[in-house]
Ligand binder design. Structure first.
Ligand SMILES: [Zn+2]
Ligand SMILES: [Zn+2]
Length: 231
């Protein structure tokens, strides 16, 4: 199954204003993706509309979010049930410092309806560290029946390897996001204890043209197995 499970909408300040729900879903269709997830920074406020548009255009959608921990580590959480996603969003909001977004510096944080009309703008800066540790965030995602992915694990900024230097053995996670097999080899060399995880490649697209660049073929058996653990 061709997937891209890490895309940003225009709600992320760093995401292009063209990343509207219909644009994202239509681009995913053009790229012949079969399942996607949009993971905005520290919020799930655009998720209901994204799922609605995906449903209308017959594309599988997984609710997602990219959380920034207090250690500046990016971790993606995925949910199958909207209630779980919503509950997690409430938890997240409580751990977000109410710093106002400076749109001229960070960019817009736009909220859209199902027709791509702007219905609001998030005031609190979304691209900042939450007050929660990566361990607590991972636990909370599981508590709400979600799965945990270590985002862009080898990137030079906001990856667990950059921020902590290693993946702690007591961290509860399910997926590792890589860009190529070389990165997988490197992570395994550093952490020979890692066994039962799903390795995935996602675009982390902030612009329409980047959606689906990896055309990752999901190991569906492994994916379903992961969900059985938490649902
Ligand atoms: Zn990130
Ligand atoms: Zn991202």
């Amino acid at each position: 199954m061709k997937i891209d499970l890490h895309i940003h909408s225009a709600l992320s300040p760093c995401g292009s204003d063209d990343m509207t729900p219909n644009n994202i879903i239509n681009m995913a269709k053009i790229c012949e993706l079969e399942m996607i997830s949009v993971c905005d920074h520290n919020t799930l406020a655009q998720q209901a509309v994204l799922a609605q548009v995906a449903n209308k255009l017959e594309l599988k959608y997984v609710y997602g979010v990219e959380v920034q921990s207090v250690e500046d580590v990016h971790v993606c959480g995925y949910f199958q049930n909207y209630n779980d996603a919503q509950e997690f969003d409430i938890y997240l909001r409580k751990h977000l410092i109410p710093i106002k977004n400076d749109i001229h510096f960070f960019g817009n944080q736009l909220l859209f309806d199902e027709n791509d009309e702007v219905i609001g703008q998030e005031d609190i800066l979304l691209i900042q560290s939450t007050t929660e540790s990566i361990n607590n965030i991972a636990k909370k995602i599981h508590e709400y029946h979600g799965i945990v992915s270590l985002a862009h694990v080898c990137d030079k900024s906001n990856s667990i390897l950059t921020q902590l230097g290693f993946i702690p053995p007591n961290l509860e996670f399910d997926m590792i996001e890589i860009k190529n097999d070389k990165q997988k080899e490197m992570v395994l060399k550093m952490h020979p204890w890692i066994k039962d995880v799903l390795w995935i490649r996602n675009s982390d697209a902030h612009y329409l043209q980047d959606i689906g660049i990896y055309e990752d073929d999901l190991d569906e058996e492994k994916w379903n197995e992961l969900w059985r653990k938490y649902l």
